[in-house]
Every structure is written in structure tokens, then in C-alpha cells.
Design a protein. Structure first.
Length: 401
């Protein structure tokens, strides 16, 4: 029988997700509605999630997702079926929900291998309104969400770990080995808050990233703020912003693999000119990388992020972006996301009034994709300030502010 963590670990995991990760670190409130989006492989965690939601006085609604059925859909679906959008159903979910907890638990990382990427992208584009509805409600402060991981043998194998070793990484990353992991998370988020505030006080106009095979200049843009430590994603140690997608120039190399469209993309090299990707190479997965670039908004940046290696206890490649983009260790990590930008990074008081054309004018990228390209190489990150000075803000895997 595959390894399974002790029930006390799963109980702590659920407590972190329900009582801390949602509602900007405050947890769910009595009477709120929590959607639990969990696949069958993660049923042991689902039991604890529902229990914690009930104990908090919330109303859990379960979306239980069967494993191994996605490939057949893409093999059999007609174009009409690919593009079908259940508007009334999804609109109802967004209107009803106060919070979402989604648990990743892939049992086959290559389930969609061989499926034409265009089909997967068509399906993704069809569901764009659902994403916009959620963003709009989140911008109003009426919705929160978090993403978590439940280990499977397939993911452990991909990472080169036993299932027990993989769970040990999750346990340490989420502080589930602490007597009170929620208390520990609050301490860590307080540290992230301090760093984030210092970054926001610097009035940064531009960021320079220098590393082996990386020489990148990133224009931050007007009314931007650095965010992180909000509870969205557990674990989450990154501090990030949404740069002006038209002000990215230079080259960047990413040494961490990316899984997309049922394929593995490795050793990724990108070159940018005036915000657009003008050259994209990969040692493996070149065709998949090219499909990403062809997607609307897929050739522009939506996010720039840094993780302080002193905070994260993730020390191994996990074959899952949620963890790999939060990896700590000696060099920490930085990542760029191609695709959509997080509107939470806008700090203007008129946020709720902005239309699509306004977001575009501000340089917030829009796309059906949001794919994180991660590097754990040592790097120096320098901030170019509005007063003309330059300041190193990140070096040897640590913030220097």
C-alpha cells in the first residue's frame, strides 16, 4: 500500500488551509461558503478539509474530481464540445463562493502527452470569462483562494524521491512538523510583510537581473506594488509584482523544468525585446514552448518574483510549479510568468473602476495562460530607483533591504 502521512499531519494541513490560508491569513468565518476542489487521489485530505470547514461554522461544497478522465475528453470532444462554456453553472459558483481551496494531486504527469496543444488552449480560452468573474470578485475583496498539493506516487517518481520523502518535503515546507503550524505561518508572513513593505517604499522604476546566461531589465510600471504572504498558495514564500509587460528587455535562462500540455520543457532560454519574446529555446519540449509563445499574451510577462532562501524549507526539485517556484536553499529562486498578470499588484484607488482597456494601458498582461519559468541559479538583482540611484535588493538567495 502506498505511503500515507499520519492523520495528525493531514489534520494540521487542513487547519492551515482552512483556518489560515483563506481570507488574507485570517481563515474562514462562520456562515461563509468554501468550495473544496479535490481529486479522488487526495480524498484523505478532503475528509479533513471538510471537517475543519464545518468546525469553523462554514458551509463546505465539494467538487470531487475523478482521476484519469481528462485525456479521453480531448480525444473525443468535437470543436463545439471543446468550446462549450457552462455559463450559468460557473456564474452561480462564483456568486455563491466566498473561498476556494484547490488541491493538486496528479496521478499521471503525462496524461495529455500527444494531445494537440491547440485543443488544450482552445478549452482554456473558452473558460476565460470564469477567470475574469473570479478576478473581479477578488478585486472587490469578496473572494479568496488557496492552492495546495497532495503527494502521489507519480509526482514523487518524477521528482526522483520516494513517496515518503516527497511527503517529508511537503511536511517541512508547510511547517506541519511544528506543534502549531498556523502560528509558524503567521510568523513567516510577518517577515514577508516587512520585506514587501521595504520594497514598496523604495520607489523602484526598473529591475536588473544578472546571472549566468541571464541579463534582464524589467520595467515595473506605474502604481505597482509588491505582494506576497496573503495565503494564496500554501506554501508561499515568494514576493512578486506585475511589471509593465511592454518594458521587458534582455535574456534569461531557466534551469528548472516546466510541465505543460502533458509535456516536459527543460533548459529554457528566452530573449525579450520591448516586452515580447523574440527568441525561445528549450533543450526538451521546444514545440510546447513555441505553442505557449503563440498563445495570445503568451509572449509577454505577467509576473516577476523572488523567493528568500532563508524562509523556504523546500530543498528539492518537486516536479510541481507550486513548490518549485517557492524553492529555498542556497540561491533561493526567481521566476517570470508568461501570460496573465495579477491585478492585486495594482495599488491605485480606482482599481474597481478599471476596464480591460485600462489594464492594457497600464501594462498588465492578459492571457488564458499563466506559466511560471523558474531559475535556482545564483543571481544579483538590482533596483533602479526613481531618484536615479541603484540598490542591490537580492543576492546569494536573500533579500538585501
Amino acid at each position: 500500500m502506498p505511503y500515507r502521512p499520519p492523520e495528525k499531519i493531514l489534520a494540521k494541513y487542513a487547519q492551515v488551509l482552512v483556518n489560515f490560508a483563506l481570507n488574507n491569513g485570517q481563515g474562514v468565518k462562520k456562515g461563509e461558503v468554501v468550495f473544496l476542489q479535490v481529486s479522488e487521489a487526495a480524498k484523505p485530505l478532503l475528509i479533513h478539509l471538510r471537517r475543519q470547514a464545518l468546525l469553523a461554522g462554514a458551509h463546505p461544497i465539494i467538487q470531487y474530481l475523478p482521476e484519469g478522465m481528462e485525456r479521453e475528453f480531448f480525444e473525443l470532444a468535437t470543436k463545439e464540445q471543446l468550446l462549450f462554456f457552462p455559463k450559468k453553472y460557473l456564474r452561480g459558483i462564483v456568486e455563491q463562493a466566498d473561498h476556494f481551496i484547490s488541491v493538486l494531486s496528479e496521478t499521471n504527469k503525462y496524461e495529455l502527452e500527444g494531445i494537440a496543444p491547440q485543443k488544450i488552449l482552445q478549452r482554456s480560452r473558452a473558460f476565460a470569462p470564469y477567470k475574469r468573474w473570479r478576478e473581479a470578485k477578488e478585486n472587490q475583496g469578496k473572494l479568496s483562494w488557496t492552492l495546495a498539493l497532495y503527494a502521489t506516487p507519480a509526482e514523487a517518481k518524477e521528482a526522483g524521491l520516494t513517496l515518503k520523502e516527497y511527503w517529508q518535503q511537503i511536511t517541512r515546507a508547510c511547517f506541519l512538523d511544528f506543534p502549531d503550524p498556523v502560528k509558524k505561518w503567521r510568523e513567516v508572513f510577518a517577515q514577508i510583510e516587512q520585506t514587501k513593505n521595504r520594497l514598496n517604499q523604495l520607489a523602484i522604476e526598473e529591475i536588473e537581473v544578472r546571472a549566468k546566461d541571464t541579463n534582464l531589465t524589467i520595467g515595473i510600471g506605474a502604481n505597482r506594488q509588491w505582494i506576497g504572504g496573503s495565503g494564496a498558495n500554501i506554501p508561499s514564500f515568494e514576493i512578486f509584482t506585475a511589471p509593465n509587460c511592454r518594458l521587458i528587455n534582455g535574456k534569461a535562462y531557466f534551469n528548472q523544468p516546466l510541465y505543460v500540455f502533458g509535456q516536459l520543457i527543460k533548459d529554457i532560454y528566452l530573449e525579450f525585446k520591448n516586452g515580447r519574446v523574440v527568441l525561445a529555446r528549450a533543450q526538451r519540449g521546444q514545440k510546447a514552448l513555441e505553442e505557449i509563445i503563440k498563445t495570445p499574451g503568451g509572449n509577454r510577462v505577467g509576473e516577476f518574483s523572488l523567493t528568500d532562501g532563508r524562509l523556504s524549507r523546500i530543498t528539492h526539485f518537486m516536479a510541481e510549479t507550486l513548490y518549485d517556484e517557492n524553492r529555498g536553499g542556497r540561491n533561493g529562486n526567481f521566476h517570470l510568468a508568461l501570460g496573465s498578470a495579477y491585478q492585486e499588484c495594482y495599488q491605485g484607488s480606482d482599481k474597481r473602476k478599471l476596464k480591460a482597456k485600462d489594464w492594457q494601458k497600464l501594462g498588465f498582461n492578459r492571457s488564458p495562460l499563466h506559466l511560471d519559468f523558474v531559475s535556482t541559479q545564483n543571481r544579483v538583482v538590482t533596483a533602479c530607483l526613481k531618484n536615479g540611484r541603484k540598490k542591490i535588493i537580492y543576492q546569494n538567495g536573500q533579500f538585501k533591504i
